[in-house]
Design a protein around this ligand. Structure first.
Ligand SMILES: [Zn+2]
Length: 316
């Protein structure tokens, strides 16, 4: 019987057809299962992509860990803590030649030539998204596989460059082990802004001719240059920060952003909670309490996700 599984040869071919060249530095955002069944599984996928970028190329993935409001006894150890960002980041993390940065909340794992450069000094004192900024400076690209229009690897860096992340600050505490094996506490003030609305920006990148599209296995994929795309999104957000606002009344980040920047008048189709002053002030008051007293759970959706994550943990 002929196997219907996707082979390494086919994956390398798909990657090259997408425009990936040798020596390329890639930030990856993906859903592994949407690629389809691969002969040899996730390891083969990592091998294929490393073959496509060659010895001089690099791949980088977010290996963020579980937020501490999910697990109370959690202590981040960059050497051993699993990546909660999916199967592929975890496989890359476990590879001998990969390097993981030490940032307690926003670590990345990197394989390839720029591994040292992208991860060096990315510790709790550094900007959360620094490796992405370095990838952009190095002329890297972002490859998105099978996750729709989500601009993973660009969104928060663009929000940061647009000055939006400084506007809404919290104080999430994360414990981590330092190099000497001592437990320290990192207070994360800058938490990644809400990204529910940012998928709508992909067409704008397309219009600028920045997007290459294709398929990796069965998954719809796209490739964009990191620097130009981040700059483009940052420019749009700087000019029209209201584009970033989602419609979720419980979204702490968006409701705080519109309040702090007084964006109510700029929203194209304002909701009642953006028009009615009683609503507006009530939300601001509730969110003031949330920011002061609660860990950084940003919206109802996240509460549901955390529940699912906890159930998953119990099963495993
Ligand atoms: Zn939001």
């Amino acid at each position: 019987m002929i196997s219907s599984k996707i082979t390494k040869k086919q994956l390398v071919h798909d990657l090259k057809t997408m425009g990936i060249e040798e020596g390329e530095h890639l930030g990856l955002g993906l859903s592994f299962k949407n690629i389809g069944p691969i002969e040899g599984g996730p390891e083969t996928f990592v091998d294929s992509i490393m073959e496509a970028v060659g010895l001089n190329g690099t791949i980088m993935l977010a290996s963020f860990s579980i937020p501490s409001h999910v697990k109370r006894d959690y202590v981040f150890n960059y050497r051993t803590t699993p990546a909660y960002t999916g199967l592929i980041p975890e496989i890359v993390r476990k590879r001998r030649d990969s390097v993981r940065s030490k940032h307690p909340s926003n670590s990345v794992v990197v394989l390839g030539r720029l591994a040292e450069y992208l991860t060096k000094g990315h510790i709790h004192e550094d900007s959360e998204y620094e490796p992405y900024s370095r990838l952009a400076k190095a002329g890297g690209k972002i490859l998105i596989i099978g996750i729709g229009n989500r601009l993973v690897g660009l969104r928060h860096q663009a929000q940061y460059q647009a000055g939006l992340l400084d506007k809404v600050q919290g104080n999430q505490k994360i414990k981590f082990l330092d190099d000497d094996g001592r437990i320290k506490i990192f207070t994360r003030r800058n938490w990644g802004g809400c990204v529910k609305q940012l998928n709508t920006l992909l067409p704008m990148l397309r219009k600028k001719g920045l997007v290459k599209e294709g398929h990796i296995g069965n998954a719809k994929s796209f490739l964009v240059p990191a620097r130009e795309s981040i700059e483009e999104i940052a420019q749009i957000l700087k000019k029209n920060p209201e584009i970033n606002l989602c419609n979720d009344i419980t979204c702490l980040w968006c409701r705080q952003l519109e309040w702090k920047m007084d964006l109510y008048k700029d929203v194209e189709r304002p909701r009642s909670f953006q028009k009615n002053p009683i609503f507006k002030y009530t939300i601001v008051a509730i969110n003031w309490v949330r920011l002061k007293n609660l860990p950084m759970v940003t919206c109802l959706e996240e509460v549901i996700n955390i529940k699912l994550l906890k159930n998953c943990e119990k099963k495993n």
